[in-house]
Design a protein around this ligand. Structure first.
Ligand code: ZN
Length: 212
């Protein structure tokens, strides 16, 4: 895989997904063979980024290739990957409905089947940290734990997947869940799925779902 081209393509995919606007949000992909991490550059429009703009960094937070400044959240991306060997793609977005809960500092429970299957339980809201700081990265890594997503207080959302398609599925399902949960809260008392049902569905997706 050409990781630089893949990050460029997925930046455009994120822009068109409606999960973020303008130059906000950022994407990273790790090559599991080399351990190198490919990140979007800071503050560049996604439809103008070319492969040479992608910044390549290592697990020690050092730039090893590229002339652009990496995303200001590079410490968060690399910190997540260092903490999670199973994660090879991280997408940070600013999705509207997820952010309703992020500014309330509220978690999003698994209220629909897709959330149980893909988010694997409650999505926690990380404590606030200023953009680009170690504090923000530490808070996100803590809230993410061994999960697939977390909210960033007053800021946005993070999705962590085994690959870039998994990470996209996570951020799409998170935003859909937030949208539905918000509307349900407006008219009543949504009933989250219990841990046992979540565990059954996580196992089903891992071992039985699809054409394998
Ligand atoms: Zn952000």
């Amino acid at each position: 895989m050409n990781y630089k081209e893949a990050v460029v393509e997925n930046g455009i995919r994120m822009l068109h997904s409606g999960l973020t606007v303008e130059t906000w949000g950022n994407i990273s992909m790790r090559d599991p063979e080399t351990g190198l991490i490919y990140l979007t550059p800071s503050g560049m429009p996604y439809d103008k980024i070319v492969p040479d703009d992608i910044v390549v960094m290592n697990s020690r937070f050092e730039v090893v290739e590229g002339t652009r400044k990496p995303t200001i959240e590079s410490g968060m991306h690399i910190g997540i990957m260092n903490a999670r060997p199973d994660v090879n793609a991280v997408i940070h977005t600013h999705p509207v409905d997820s952010q309703i809960f992020a500014l309330l500092h509220r978690d999003i429970p698994p209220v629909i089947d897709e959330a149980a299957q893909i988010l694997r339980g409650t999505v926690r809201c990380a404590k606030y940290g200023l953009p680009g700081t170690d504090e923000l990265a530490e808070n996100v890594i803590e809230a993410l734990g061994d999960g697939t997503a977390c909210l960033m207080a007053n800021h946005g959302a993070v999705a962590a997947g085994a690959d870039i398609d998994a990470a996209f599925r996570i951020c799409t399902v998170l935003e859909m869940t937030a949208k539905i949960y918000y509307k349900a809260l407006c008219i009543g008392d949504p009933q989250p799925l219990d841990d046992e049902k979540v565990a059954i569905m996580v196992d089903f997706v891992a071992n039985q779902y699809g054409q394998r």
